[in-house]
Design a protein around this ligand. Structure first.
Ligand SMILES: Cc1ncc(COP(=O)(O)O)c(C=O)c1O
Length: 392
C-alpha cells in the first residue's frame, strides 16, 4: 500500500497478496512450515538470497501482513510480531543490550516491565537508572558512558504521566541513545513517536490493537538499524506470535481509528463528569486541562485515549466497595477492550512493587483505573454514579 494514503486506508487496505482463490478478506495461514520448489529454492531461501516463507517461527503471511500494516501506521521501515507485549519488551532489551550496558527509564511504567528492568536484567549485568518523568531537566545526570537505551511509556500505565516526545527525541540523539517508546495507550492513531525521534515503538497488541479482549500479542517496529538485530534474536529464540492471533489483530486494525475516536470521546466525557463529582478526590486524563502535562499531551496526541484514573474519597476501603458495587463495568486486569474495565492497580497489575515503588510511580492506594469501552457513555456514567452512591 502506498505510504501517502491516509491512516484509515492503510489500516484497511494493507493486505497480503491474494491466493488463486481470489479471497476478498485475508485467509488464515495455519501452517508451521512452507514448501520449497526444489533443493536449490530451499538453499537460496536459507541463504537469504531470495525472500519467502520458510517456517512460521520466522515468518508467516498473517504475521507479515500485520507487520507491514504496523510499519505503515507507525511510519517506520521494519518490524516484527511477538506472542505478547512483554515478549516484545524483553526481546528488545535482550537483543539490543549487552552485559555491562545501562538503560534509563521512569518508575512510571507497567509493572512487569519494571520487574524485567529491576529483577531480570541485572542477572545479565545490565543496570538501570530511573529518572522522574515530570522533571526531564534532571535526566542528563543519569547518562553514563555505559548508557545505551532509554525506555518510556507515554501515557504511562497506570499513572497517565506524559513525557514530551519532542524533547526526548532530541535528548536521546544528543546522547547517542536508542529511544524505545511503549505506545500502547495512545496507539499510532493518536500518536506516532517516530515523528519525534523514537527509534523503536513497542505495543502490547493485546490492548487496543486487538481492541476486543480476545488475543495476546506484541509488536516491535522501527528503523532497520535497530530492529534487524531484534528480528535475528527472535528468529532463533522463538517469541513468535501465532498466525491466528496475527490474523485477528490485523483484522482489528481495520477499525482502530473509529474505535480510538470513540474510546477517547467516551473517556473524555467520563473524566469531565468525574471531575465535577464531589465524591472524587483526583482525576487524571491527558486532555483534561487539570492534567499536569496537558499542554504536552495536546501537542503530541490527537485525542486523550481511553484510560482514566481517579481516586475516590474514603481511601482504599471505599475504592474496593465502589468496585464491588459496579453492575455493568467489568473488574478485570486488561485494558483497551470494547467493554469498560475497572482495575485497582495497587492490588493487581502493580502488586509486585513495594509500597514505596508504587508511591514513586504515582500509584496511590485508592487509585482506580477505568479503561473506558465502547458502550454508550451515558450507561458507563450511570453505572459509575450508582456505584459511587452505593459505596458511601
Ligand atoms: C503499557 C503496557 N506495556 C506492556 C504490557 C504487556 O503486554 P502483554 O500483557 O500483552 O504482555 C502491558 C500490559 O498491560 C501494558 O499495559
Amino acid at each position: 500500500m502506498e505510504k501517502s494514503k491516509h491512516f484509515e486506508t492503510l489500516a484497511v487496505r494493507t493486505q497480503t497478496a491474494r491466493t488463486e482463490q481470489k479471497e476478498h478478506s485475508t485467509p488464515l495461514f495455519l501452517t508451521s512450515s512452507f514448501m520449497f520448489d526444489d533443493a536449490e529454492d530451499m538453499r537460496a531461501l536459507f541463504a537469504d538470497e531470495k525472500e519467502g516463507n520458510i517456517y512460521s517461527r520466522f515468518t508467516n503471511p498473517n504475521n507479515s501482513e500485520l507487520i507491514e500494516k504496523m510499519n505503515l501506521l507507525e511510519g517506520v521501515e521494519t518490524g516484527l510480531t511477538t506472542a505478547t507485549g512483554m515478549a516484545a519488551v524483553f526481546t528488545t532489551f535482550a537483543a539490543l543490550l549487552n552485559s555491562g550496558d545501562h538503560l534509563i527509564s521512569c518508575r512510571s511504567i507497567f509493572g512487569s516491565t519494571h520487574s524485567v528492568i529491576t529483577k531480570l536484567l541485572p542477572k545479565w549485568n545490565i543496570s538501570h537508572s530511573y529518572v522522574d518523568i515530570n522533571t526531564p531537566e534532571t535526566w542528563q545526570a543519569a547518562v553514563k558512558k555505559e548508557t545505551k537505551l532509554i525506555y518510556v511509556e507515554t501515557p504511562s500505565n497506570p499513572g497517565i504521566d506524559i513525557i514530551d516526545l519532542e524533547w526526548l527525541g532530541k535528548f536521546s540523539k544528543q546522547n547517542n541513545l536508542i529511544l524505545v517508546v511503549d505506545n500502547c495507550f495512545a496507539t499510532p492513531y493518536l500518536q506516532q513517536p517516530v515523528k519525534y525521534g523514537a527509534d523503536i515503538v513497542i505495543h502490547s497488541a493485546t490492548k487496543y490493537l486487538d481492541g476486543q479482549g480476545r488475543v495476546m500479542g506484541g509488536t516491535i517496529n522501527g528503523s532497520k538499524k535497530f530492529v534487524d538485530p531484534i528480528k535475528l534474536f527472535a528468529r532463533h529464540t522463538g517469541p513468535s506470535l501465532s498466525p491466528f492471533n496475527a490474523w485477528v489483530i490485523s483484522k482489528s486494525l481495520e477499525t482502530l481509528a473509529v474505535r480510538m475516536d470513540k474510546h477517547s470521546d467516551n473517556a473524555f466525557k467520563l473524566a469531565q463528569w468525574l471531575e465535577k463529582n464531589k465524591e472524587i478526590k483526583l482525576v487524571k486524563y491527558p486532555f483534561l486541562p487539570s492534567h499536569p502535562q496537558h499542554a504536552i499531551a495536546k501537542k503530541q496526541m490527537s485525542a486523550g485515549g481511553g484510560i482514566v484514573t481517579f481516586i475516590v474519597k474514603g481511601g482504599v476501603e471505599r475504592g474496593r466497595k465502589f468496585m464491588d458495587a459496579l453492575q455493568m463495568l467489568s473488574i478485570s486486569a486488561n485494558l483497551g477492550d470494547t467493554r469498560s474495565i475497572v482495575t485497582h492497580p495497587a492490588s493487581s497489575t502493580h502488586a509486585k512493587l513495594t509500597e514505596a515503588e508504587r508511591f514513586e510511580s504515582g500509584i496511590l492506594p485508592g487509585l482506580v483505573r477505568i479503561s473506558v469501552g465502547l458502550e454508550h457513555v451515558d450507561d458507563i456514567i450511570s453505572d459509575v454514579e450508582q456505584a459511587l452512591n452505593a459505596s458511601k
